[in-house]
Design a protein around this ligand. Structure first.
Ligand SMILES: Cc1ncc(COP(=O)(O)O)c(C=O)c1O
Length: 391
């Protein structure tokens, strides 16, 4: 069981805000904050390069922490500045020919989908969207039926930005493996709230961010690439870190996933990311997942039971992202009203998941995303304020 008093004591933000925007950015716990501020102080005191030398083993350990978090090996991890760069590095490293097919999800994230459109414009690839089942969840049987020799990539989002839907990422992985199709998984909203094991997922590449449910700092993310896949991927952009310049006319790409990195980095943020991963691991990802689901379910049930409030999440076992609307009130206005009560939520515009929003005629939605450190009383407060707005 998570010691709620201890984790709340280590979360300074809860004193000022009722934070239900962990799908936007989670509240950093004290150990993350202290690792970063301590490191920054050393940069100021002894110099940036010297501080990095001094913290060398701690900086190396970040790869081990992230690897442990997702069941990978440290050499399969590249650290990036966000999930989008991680995803793009993997995607743009693949080569496409006209007519190649890319299979994607109905709830695909906007950044990914525009890159697919870019590949369609540039290389003439065809984007095919995998249909959902009657619950609104990606349908693996439909995916299986879409496979042919032309499919070059399966790229889906596990948990979308606009609601609690959890797509069957491991089922998709089983199908991708069976047909030997590269599989790129956007795990941005899953990492930090759900157990992630890349072998069980069967993905070749996985992207995630540090600032959301992992509770790391902004401006951090990572890419996992399965070891056997790394050699086949030439990064779209390289520098002398990704590919040391070994002779005047030649470079040699690194053999590990760090071929997707560049030389200069925000080391304070990297340390914060590593500490955030260690923090989650020390609490136990199983425990975190169970509590996130329970809080998400509770909030959803209470909102559903409230006159005038509609919940829009899909799927039988949703994650801790609760999307809702209050009558015909604009989501921005609801967010502002909640903010005046010091309650943090965010909004999800149709353009962030345009296929899904179009198919369901969704307006801009209010998005509340609790985390394990939230209490049932805090959820009750959100519900009470929302009921007031609905009345
Ligand atoms: C599902 C999903 N994928 C990718 C991203 C992009 O993450 P980042 O902002 O770290 O690039 C987000 C961010 O909201 C997201 O929700």
């Amino acid at each position: 069981m998570i010691d709620l008093t201890a984790v709340r004591d280590e979360t300074p933000g809860i004193a000022r805000r009722l934070h239900l925007n962990n799908a936007g950015a989670g509240l950093m716990p004290l150990p993350v904050l202290e690792a970063m501020t301590g490191y920054l102080r050393r940069e100021a005191e002894i110099g940036g390069y010297e501080a990095a030398d001094e913290a060398g083993s701690r900086l190396d350990a970040v790869y081990h922490s992230i690897a442990r978090l997702i069941g990978a090996e440290p050499d399969e991890i590249a650290l990036t500045e966000n999930a989008t760069v991680a995803w793009q590095m993997a995607f743009y490293a693949l080569s496409f020919r006209p007519g190649d097919r890319i299979l994607t999800a109905q709830a695909e994230y906007a950044a990914n989908y525009v890159a697919l459109l870019h590949a369609a414009r540039k290389h003439g690839v065809v984007i095919d969207v995998i249909p959902d089942d009657e619950d609104g969840v990606l349908d693996p049987a439909a995916l299986e039926g879409m496979i042919d020799d032309g499919v070059r990539l399966i790229a889906i989002t596990w948990v979308p930005t606009n609601g609690g839907l959890v797509n069957p990422a491991a089922e998709v992985g089983r199908i991708a493996r069976k047909h030997r199709i590269p599989y790129l998984l956007d795990a941005c909203q899953a990492v930090g709230q759900m157990q992630v094991d890349v072998s069980r997922l069967g993905c070749d590449m996985l992207s995630a961010t540090g600032r959301k449910f992992l509770r790391g700092p902004r401006g951090t993310g990572f890419l996992y690439v399965r070891r056997e896949m790394i050699g086949a991927l030439h990064p779209p952009m390289i520098d002398h870190f990704a590919a040391p310049w070994v002779a005047p006319g030649r470079y040699e790409l690194r053999s590990d996933a760090r071929r997707f990195e560049t030389w200069e980095n925000n080391y304070a943020a990297r340390l914060g990311l590593g500490v955030a991963a260690d923090y989650a691991l020390s609490l136990g990802m199983g425990e975190i997942e169970a509590r996130c689901r329970a809080l998400g379910d509770l909030l959803r049930a209470e909102l559903r039971a409230s006159p005038g409030i509609a919940v829009h999440d899909l799927g039988p076992h949703p994650a801790a992202i609760v999307s809702f609307s209050i009558g015909d009130k604009a989501a921005d206005a609801v967010k502002s009203a909640l903010s005046r009560q010091r309650i943090n939520v965010s909004i999800s515009r149709p353009s962030s998941t345009l296929l899904d929003a179009t198919a369901r005629s969704l307006p801009t939605l209010v998005r509340a995303s609790p985390h394990y450190f939230n209490t049932e009383a805090e959820l009750a407060r959100l519900v009470e304020v929302c009921r007031g707005l609905a009345a």
